[in-house]
Design a protein around this ligand. Structure first.
Ligand code: PEP
Ligand code: MN
Length: 438
């Protein structure tokens, strides 16, 4: 059997053409930036910082617009401010963006019932990196030219992000300006407004005494995505001229998912060779020995910041399942940052047919994650969330108390349901409270 979750391309010559093209293209990120992020994640592993990783489940090519990218960055900046201010902990900011275009699927096929009652089965949509979302036979054929499109879309996204984070938009003095439109009027928006005012007063005080550090004017922001399509990630893996070591320069951090973390799998092999900071998703079936084996395979030198375990157990299983994992990993002295993905263990189909998640389950899993770490004396290092900066209706609950029937109103995800901007800010306030107590 070949590597898991790979597209079956009908035209292998076209694959070679796309891969050759990718190999000639410049890096999207620099190896030195990956090292900087690794140092920051090492601080997370030591319990001195908190990781905020978030963005779409699946980016789309048509989603690469100035508004869309800005809105995602903005909600992440707002969340980071809330977490930093309310918990006095440095926040490491990592987007699930500029490369998050490929999706693992539980089933290779999708069946839909058409209006005339006819059932049609087609290959599953595997993300814009692989095939089209349109439900036609033609669009679902994997096309390797899409890998070059992933590169170009990622480059455009990163270019804009870099401009935003260094060019004034992410300046802390803009903290009020990020609180715009619909979110500003919501209760959580009002709560944010109060935080922003306090920060503004502190900044004015700092300026008055002559302190104006560069950290007020720009932020560090990093990109990440799931390393799934091997042709793409291999083509983007380059030898760094400083260190002579291989880095996957398609993003600062890459992770592998619950479906591709088998020890003898090509994805684990890829991650073991690159020098980026890396993550592995761990679902509820993970045994302590699985976790130890992954750590020794992926981080044999036990380098801090190199490896992040992103647990996604589900709200109902985390309190029972996580302790033995954390306990054993800690007892063996394994260096790892623990991060909670409270999304992927809590997905279900609403009566309306939409894939959704309950806001309360998301919060409950994060609370369980904090509880487990508190009881073991380990550090709850961060959260990994699917969110968007827009006013979508994909997850139920939250302050606006979205219900099943609301989902149809604005359901835009091509894959998993995301928290909208209000729900994301609410999550940040609740996590800030948990952090303060941790
Ligand atoms: C994802 O992060 O979108 C995903 C598919 O996660 P997992 O591998 O944890 O299921
Ligand atoms: Mn997802």
């Amino acid at each position: 059997m070949g590597p898991a979750q790979q597209p079956t391309y009908p035209d292998s010559e076209a694959v070679d053409t796309a891969v050759s093209k990718l190999r000639t293209l410049p890096p999207l990120v620099f190896a030195g930036e990956c090292d900087e992020l690794k140092d920051k994640i090492a601080a997370v592993a030591r319990g001195e910082a908190f990781l905020l990783q978030g963005g779409d489940c699946a980016e789309t090519f048509s989603g690469v617009t100035a508004d869309n990218v800005r809105n995602k960055l903005r909600v992440l900046l707002q969340m980071a401010v809330v977490l930093t201010y309310a918990a006095s902990v440095p926040v490491v900011k990592v987007g699930r963006l500029a490369g998050q275009y490929a999706k693992p699927r539980s089933s290779d096929f999708e069946t839909r019932t058409l209006a005339d009652g006819q059932q049609v089965t087609l290959p599953a949509y595997r993300g814009d990196a692989v095939n089209g979302y349109d439900f036609t036979a033609e669009s679902r054929v994997p096309d390797p030219q899409r890998l070059v499109d992933v590169y170009n879309s990622s480059a455009a996204t990163l270019n804009l992000i870099r401009a935003f984070v260094t060019g004034g938009y992410a300046d802390l003095r803009q903290v009020h300006a990020w609180n715009t439109d619909f979110v500003r009027e919501s209760p959580v928006g009002q709560r944010y407004e109060a935080v922003a005012s306090e920060i503004e007063r502190a900044l004015t005080f700092m300026a008055a005494i002559g302190a104006d550090p560069v950290e007020f004017h720009r932020v560090d922001f990093h990109s990440s995505h799931e390393a799934l399509v091997l042709e793409y990630e291999h083509a983007m893996t380059r030898i760094d001229s400083r260190t002579q070591q291989p880095y996957d320069v398609s993003g600062h951090m890459v992770w592998i998912g619950e479906r591709t973390r088998q020890l003898d799998n090509a994805h684990v092999e890829l991650l073991s060779h690159i020098r980026n900071p890396i993550g592995v998703k761990l679902g509820p079936t993970t045994t302590p020995d699985d976790a130890l084996a992954l750590a020794s395979r992926l981080n044999p030198l036990n380098e801090p910041g190199r490896l992040t375990f992103i647990t996604r157990f589900g709200a109902g299983r985390i309190r029972d399942g996580l302790p033995q994992l954390v306990e054993k990993v800690a007892a063996e002295g394994v260096e790892v940052a623990w991060v909670c993905d409270p999304m992927h263990g809590n997905t279900f189909e609403a009566s309306s047919g939409y894939k959704t998640r309950r806001f309360d389950d998301v919060i409950d899993e994060v609370q369980g994650f904090f509880d487990v770490h508190r009881s073991l004396g380990t550090w709850p290092g961060g959260i990994h969330v699917e969110l968007t900066g827009d006013d979508v209706t994909e997850c139920v609950g939250g302050g606006d108390n979205l219900t099943d029937v609301d989902l149809a109103h604005r359901y835009e995800s091509v894959c998993d349901p995301r928290l909208n901007r209000v729900q994301s800010l609410e999550l940040a306030f609740l996590v800030a409270e948990m952090l303060r107590k941790a």
